[in-house]
Design a protein around this ligand. Structure first.
Ligand SMILES: Cc1cc2nc3c(=O)[nH]c(=O)nc-3n(C[C@H](O)[C@H](O)[C@H](O)COP(=O)(O)OP(=O)(O)OC[C@H]3O[C@@H](n4cnc5c(N)ncnc54)[C@H](O)[C@@H]3O)c2cc1C
Length: 1003
C-alpha cells in the first residue's frame, strides 16, 4: 500500500466544497451531517482540536430522532458499506443508537470507549428521571418554598422522524428527555465525521468530508477571497497552540502552508458567542433588551453565573431553583441555580449558580484583607477565590440539600468559574451571497432554558437540511439561502423568547414615593441608580476575573470525595427557616424562664415553652410553685422564687440557682417588655444564645429605636427626645400643631401614653411628668388614622411569618373617651391591613433593630392619606388579646408556636383559616367600679357560634380603661366582613355602667 500523503497536504475533497463549516461545535457538525446525507461534500475548520466543551446538556428528544433520520439517509444514499464502523469489529456506526438505545445502558462513560466498542454495554446519553423546580423566593416578605415535581418524558424506543418538531418554540418550551456531556455528544458527531473522512481517503471515492481541526481562516484580510459577485472564498492556516506565560496563544504552525479552500456553494460560521470571522465579515450582534413590565422599561438581558462541576451523584436529574438574595439595603434580587446530572454516573454534578447583581466578592470590603492590599497579589486573589468558593458552595448546598461544608468536601473538577451572560443577537444571519452565521455566533439566549445547543443543533442545522431539500426541489440558491438565514433568525428568536423570563429580577422596593428621597439620603443608594451601581459592581467583578473560553480546558482540581450516594430528600421548608436546626444540640434542653407575675397572661407563655418536648424549665417568678396550675407544677424542673427582678446581675444570680438544680440553661427567656434589656445583658454574661443587649436597648429606648428606624428609611412620626419641660414646649412650637403624644422614653405602654390637645395641656403635663436627661420623654405628632399592629415570627433574624391586626377606633381616643368602644380585627386576608409595603417596613425595622429569634410586635398607623408610619416595635409577643386573636385565626396555639421558635429555633408556616376579632366595652357613668353590664347577654346570644370567648365584666370590678379591664368578647369567622359587622354590633349595643369613685382623667 502506498504511503498516505500527510493529512494536511492531501487536498482531495477540499477545493470549492458544497458546504464549508467554520467552527466545529454542534451546530456545524450537525449541519455537515445533513449536507453529506443529502449527497453534498463538506469541509469543516476548527481551531481548538477535539471537542472540549465541559458543560452537561439537557437534550430534547428531537436530537435523537434527527440522528436516526441522518443514519437512515446515509444508508439510503451511500449503502451500508460506506457507513463508518464502530470499534475494531464490523459494527455499523449508527449515530442514534450510540446516543441512546434500549439495548444498552447509561452510566459513567468515555465517548471514545463506547464508539470504539471497548465499552459495548453503554450508550453515551443518560435519560432524565427527575425534573424538579424549587421556588424559594420570598413571598410577601417572608421565606416561602414551593416545590414542583414534573414527570419527565419517556424516551422513545426507536428514532422516529415523524416526531421531529420544526418550530423551535415548541421544542424549547417542551421538556428535555436526555442529558449528556457536551463534549461526549460532540465527540460522537466528530468521530463519525472523522471515520467517514478516513474511510473515503483510504478508498477511491471522492471524500465526502474533510476536517481540519487545528486550523482557522487566515486572520489577516488574506483569509477571505471576496468574489466579484460578493461570494466569499477562504484561505486557511494550520495552528500551533501553546500555553504562553499562562495564556493560550495560537500561531501559524511553523513551516506550514496556507490552504486554498476556494469558494463554497454554502458556508456557515458557527464559532460560538464571539465569532471573529463573522465580525471580520461585518456581522454585528446587538444587546437584547427585555421589558419585564416591572416599571423599569426594557433592560439589557444580562446575568452573571458561577459554573462548576462537582463529583456528586445528581443522577438523571434536572433540578432548578429560583431564590431571593438581599443586598445591604434590603433590596431583593432573584437568583437562579441549576443542577444537572447524568443517569448512573456519580461524577456528574454540573451546578451553576447566579451571582446577584450587588455582589462584588471584594476581599477588602468583606474584611478578608486589609485596605490597600495590592489587587494583583496572591493574598488578594486567594481571598477573592475564598469568597467565590464560599458563595458557590452555599448556593449549591441550598440546591442539593447539603450544608456548605458538605459541598466543600466534594471533589470539584471544574470551577467555580465566573462567567457573564449577555443576550445578543444579529439583525440578519445572511453574511454573504453564499454564507450564513449560525448557532451562538448569530445570537444567544439563556442556558437555563437548556436551549443553546438545541437551537443550533436541532434548529439551525435542520434549516441546512431544508436548504438542500429546497435546492433538490429546484429552488434557486438565492431564494433557498435567504430562507435559510430567515429561519436561523426565527429559531434564535424563539430561544430569546423562551429565555426572557430567566432574566427577570425582583422589583426594587421603597416605602412610599414621598420617602424615596429620605431613603436615598440615608441608604446612600438612589433607586434610579440601581442599574448604575449594578454595572459598577459587575465591572469590579470582571476586572477581578477576566472571562476566557479556553478556561474550559484549563482545569483546576479541588480534590475531595466523590459523593456517590443519592441526594438527600427535598426538604419541605425553606432553607432560611432551617437556619437554626442545630440550635438544640441534644434531645433535652434546659430553659430558664423569668416571669414578672403568675397572671393568666404569663402562664400562657410559660405553658407554650414548657410544653416543648424535651424541655426542662427552671421558672424564676414571684410567689411559690404551689400557686401554679397543677399541670405546670408537674412538668417544672425547678422554681426559683424572686419577688421582683429588675437588673441583670440579679438575673445572673437567679439563673445560678436554676443551674445548681438542673444544670446550665441553654435558653434564658421571658416576655415582659421591661425585662428584655436585663435578660439580654444576663444572657451575654452567661454566654447564652438570644437577643443581644445592644439590640434589646434598640427596642427599649424609644429615641434610639426611632433613630435606627430613620436610618433604615422606615417612616416614623415627627418626634423629639425631651429632657426638660423647655425641650417639650420647643417641640410643640416647632411642630406647630396639636394634638401631640407624650410618652416615656423607656417602657411606654397604653396607660402612660398621653395625648395633649393644646399648648396649655402640654405645659401642664410636662410640668407634672418632669422630664430630665436621665428620664426623658418622647413627644411626637399625633397620627390621624387607623392604628394597626404587625406581629412577626423571626428565626435567626429572618422574618419567617407574620400576621397583622387593625384597631376599630383610634386607641388613644378610646382611652380618652370611654364612650368609644374599642375593637380589633385580625383579618383573614393577608393584605388587610399590612400590605406588602408595610410588611417590608416591618421587616426592615426588625433588621435595623437587630431582632434574632422570636415573636415581635410592631405598632403602626395607616394615615388618612393612605401612607403608613411606624410608632413602636417590641422584641416580644404582643399584649392580649392579640395573642388570642392569632391563636383563633390560625387554629393553633400561638404560644406553643412561640415556644417552639424560642426553644428549638424552628418554625413551620401556619395557614390562616379564619378572621378573628375582639371587642372591648365602652362605659357610661363617672366612677371606677362596674355597677352594671348592658346588652352583653343578648348580643352573645344573637351572634351564636361567632362568639368564641367572653370575659365578662364583674359587678364591683374596678375599671380604669377598656384595655386593662381584661374584659372582652372574642369572635371568629371564615369571613372578615362578618367579624367586622359583629364587632360593630357589640360596640353599638354593649356598655358597662360605672359608678363609685370619680375617675381620674388619664391626663
Ligand atoms: C454552562 C452552560 C450550560 C449549557 N447548557 C445547555 C443545555 O443544557 N442545553 C443546550 O442546548 N445548550 C446548553 N448550553 C449552550 C450550548 O453549550 C451552546 O449554545 C452551544 O454550545 C452553541 O453551539 P455552537 O455550535 O453555536 O457553538 P460552540 O459549541 O461554541 O462551538 C463553536 C466552535 O467554534 C470554534 N471556534 C471558535 N472560533 C473559531 C475560529 N475563529 N476558527 C475556528 N474555530 C473556531 C470553537 O473552538 C468551538 O469548537 C449551555 C452553555 C453553557 C455555557
Amino acid at each position: 500500500m502506498a504511503a498516505r500523503v500527510p493529512h494536511d497536504e492531501d487536498m482531495r475533497g477540499v477545493r470549492d466544497p458544497d458546504f464549508l463549516a467554520l467552527g466545529l461545535g454542534g451546530t456545524s457538525m450537525m449541519s455537515m451531517l445533513w449536507a453529506i446525507a443529502m449527497g453534498r461534500r463538506a469541509v469543516g475548520i476548527e481551531m481548538r482540536g477535539d471537542p472540549f466543551l465541559g458543560v452537561h446538556w439537557n437534550v430534547r428528544a428531537d436530537l435523537y430522532h434527527q440522528l436516526g433520520l441522518i443514519d437512515k439517509l446515509m444508508i439510503e444514499r451511500y449503502g451500508e458499506d460506506r457507513i463508518p464502523r464502530r470499534g475494531d469489529g464490523d459494527k455499523m456506526f449508527r449515530l442514534a443508537e450510540t446516543f441512546y438505545s434500549t439495548e444498552t445502558m447509561a452510566g459513567d462513560i468515555v465517548a471514545d470507549e463506547v464508539i470504539d466498542g471497548f465499552d459495548a454495554e453503554r450508550h453515551i446519553s443518560g435519560t432524565i428521571h427527575h425534573v424538579e423546580f424549587i421556588d424559594d423566593r420570598w413571598r410577601d416578605g417572608v421565606p416561602n418554598r414551593a416545590v414542583t415535581l414534573l414527570t419527565p418524558p419517556k424516551p422513545d424506543e426507536r428514532p422516529d422522524e415523524t416526531l421531529i418538531r420544526t418550530d423551535m418554540t415548541d421544542v424549547l418550551d417542551g421538556p428535555s428527555t436526555f442529558q449528556g456531556g457536551a463534549s461526549t455528544i460532540l465527540v460522537l458527531l466528530r468521530r463519525y465525521l472523522e471515520k467517514m473522512e478516513e474511510m473515503d481517503l483510504d478508498s477511491d471515492f471522492e471524500p465526502r468530508v474533510r476536517l481540519f481541526t487545528r486550523h482557522r481562516v487566515v486572520n489577516t484580510p488574506e483569509g477571505f477571497d471576496r468574489q466579484e459577485d460578493g461570494r466569499i472564498g477562504f484561505r486557511v492556516e494550520a495552528l500551533q497552540e501553546l500555553d504562553y506565560k499562562g495564556k493560550f496563544v495560537r500561531v501559524r504552525r511553523p513551516g506550514s502552508q496556507i490552504m486554498e479552500i476556494g469558494v463554497p456553494e454554502l458556508f456557515m460560521i458557527a464559532q460560538g458567542a464571539h465569532s471573529t470571522d463573522a465580525e471580520r465579515l461585518g456581522f454585528k450582534q446587538e444587546d437584547v433588551a427585555v421589558d419585564h413590565k416591572d416599571g423599569r422599561g426594557p433592560v439589557v438581558a444580562q446575568a452573571d453565573y458561577l459554573a462548576g462541576l462537582i463529583e456528586a451523584y445528581v443522577g438523571g436529574r434536572l433540578r432548578r431553583r429560583i431564590s431571593t438574595e438581599f443586598d445591604d439595603e434590603g433590596q431583593e434580587y432573584w437568583v437562579r441555580q441549576i443542577a444537572v446530572g447524568h443517569e448512573e454516573d456519580p461524577e456528574v454534578g454540573w451546578c451553576l449558580v447566579q451571582v446577584p447583581d450587588f455582589k462584588t466578592f471584594d476581599p477588602i470590603k468583606e474584611g478578608l484583607v486589609p485596605e490597600g492590599t495590592d489587587t494583583q497579589s496572591p493574598e488578594f486573589f486567594a481571598a477573592y477565590d475564598t469568597l467565590i468558593y464560599d458563595f458557590y458552595a452555599q448556593q449549591v448546598g441550598d440546591v442539593l440539600e447539603m450544608t456548605k461544608d458538605e459541598v466543600k468536601k466534594i471533589q470539584t473538577v471544574y470551577g467555580p468559574k465566573l462567567f457573564t451572560l449577555i443576550e445578543r443577537v444579529g439583525a440578519d444571519a445572511l453574511l454573504a451571497p453564499n454564507g450564513v452565521v449560525a448557532g451562538d455566533a448569530f445570537g444567544n439566549g439563556h442556558f437555563l432554558t437548556s436551549g443553546g445547543a438545541m437551537t443550533g443543533m436541532i434548529g439551525h442545522s435542520w434549516r441546512v437540511y431544508e436548504y438542500y431539500l429546497a435546492r433538490e426541489a429546484g429552488v434557486p440558491h438565492e431564494e433557498a439561502i435567504r430562507r435559510l438565514a430567515d429561519k436561523i433568525k426565527e429559531d434564535t428568536h424563539s430561544w430569546l423568547h423562551v429565555s426572557a423570563k430567566e432574566y427577570s429580577e425582583a422589583v426594587p422596593i421603597n416605602f412610599g414615593a414621598e420617602r424615596i428621597s429620605q431613603i436615598e439620603a440615608q441608604g446612600g443608594i438612589a433607586s434610579s441608580s440601581r442599574s448604575a451601581a449594578i454595572d459598577a459592581t459587575r465591572r469590579q467583578r470582571h476586572s477581578l476575573a477576566p472571562l476566557n473560553p479556553s478556561d474550559w480546558r484549563r482545569l483546576f482540581l479541588r480534590n475531595g470525595k466523590v459523593y456517590s450516594v443519592p441526594l438527600p430528600e427535598l426538604h419541605a421548608m425553606h432553607p432560611a427557616l432551617r437556619g437554626q436546626q442545630a440550635r438544640k444540640k441534644r434531645a433535652r434542653i434546659i430553659v430558664a424562664f423569668v416571669a414578672p407575675d403568675l397572671t393568666p397572661a404569663s402562664l400562657r407563655f410559660i405553658r407554650g415553652a414548657i410544653s416543648q418536648p424535651g424541655t426542662t424549665m427552671g421558672l424564676i417568678a414571684p410567689g411559690s410553685k404551689e400557686e401554679l396550675p397543677q399541670n405546670i407544677q408537674d412538668r417544672l424542673g425547678t422554681f426559683v422564687s424572686a419577688p421582683e427582678v429588675t437588673d441583670a446581675d440579679q438575673l445572673v444570680e437567679l439563673v445560678g440557682k436554676v443551674k445548681e438544680e438542673l444544670g446550665p440553661p441553654e435558653r434564658l427567656m421571658g416576655t415582659a417588655a421591661a425585662l428584655q434589656v436585663p435578660l439580654a445583658i444576663a444572657r451575654e454574661k452567661l454566654r447564652i444564645e438570644g437577643l443581644r443587649a445592644e439590640s434589646a436597648r434598640n427596642f427599649r429606648d424609644a429615641s434610639r429605636l426611632r433613630e435606627r428606624l430613620a436610618e433604615a428609611g422606615v417612616p416614623i412620626p415627627r418626634y423629639a427626645r425631651v429632657g426638660s419641660v423647655q425641650d417639650g414646649l420647643a417641640f410643640g412650637t416647632e411642630i406647630g400643631y396639636y394634638p401631640l403624644v407624650v410618652k416615656p422614653n423607656e417602657g411606654a405602654w397604653a396607660g402612660n401614653t398621653h395625648r395633649v390637645d393644646t399648648e396649655e395641656e402640654l405645659s401642664t403635663l410636662l410640668n407634672r411628668l418632669h422630664p430630665t436627661e436621665e428620664h426623658p420623654l418622647i413627644c411626637e405628632e399625633f397620627i390621624e388614622g387607623r392604628e394597626c399592629t404587625l406581629e412577626v415570627i423571626s428565626v435567626d433574624g429572618v422574618p419567617a411569618w407574620f400576621s397583622a391586626t387593625r384597631f376599630g377606633a383610634e386607641f388613644l381616643v378610646a382611652l380618652r373617651n370611654p364612650r368609644t368602644a374599642f375593637t380589633m380585627t385580625l383579618p383573614r386576608e393577608q393584605d388587610d391591613p399590612a400590605d406588602p409595603l408595610v410588611r417590608r417596613m416591618g421587616f426592615a425595622a426588625l433588621k435595623a433593630l437587630g431582632m434574632d429569634t422570636g415573636v415581635s410586635s410592631m405598632r403602626w398607623f395607616r394615615r388618612l392619606d393612605g401612607t403608613a408610619v411606624v410608632t413602636d416595635v417590641i422584641p416580644s409577643p404582643p399584649v392580649e388579646p392579640i395573642g388570642s386573636l392569632m391563636t383563633l385565626a390560625h387554629g393553633t396555639d400561638i404560644y406553643r408556636v412561640w415556644g417552639n421558635t424560642i426553644v428549638n429555633g424552628l418554625f413551620a408556616p401556619i395557614p390562616r383559616l379564619y378572621a378573628a376579632g375582639a371587642a372591648m366595652f365602652r362605659t357610661e357613668g363617672e366612677g371606677t367600679t362596674v355597677s352594671a353590664v348592658h346588652g352583653l347577654t343578648e348580643i352573645v346570644q344573637e351572634l351564636g357560634d361567632l362568639v368564641v370567648r367572653v370575659e365578662e365584666p364583674r359587678i364591683g370590678q374596678s375599671w380604669s380603661d377598656p384595655l386593662t379591664s381584661g374584659c372582652f368578647v372574642l369572635l371568629r369567622h371564615a369571613e372578615t366582613a362578618v367579624v367586622d359587622e359583629a364587632l360593630r354590633r357589640i360596640a353599638d349595643s354593649v356598655w358597662v355602667e360605672l359608678s363609685g369613685r370619680t375617675k381620674i382623667a388619664a391626663t
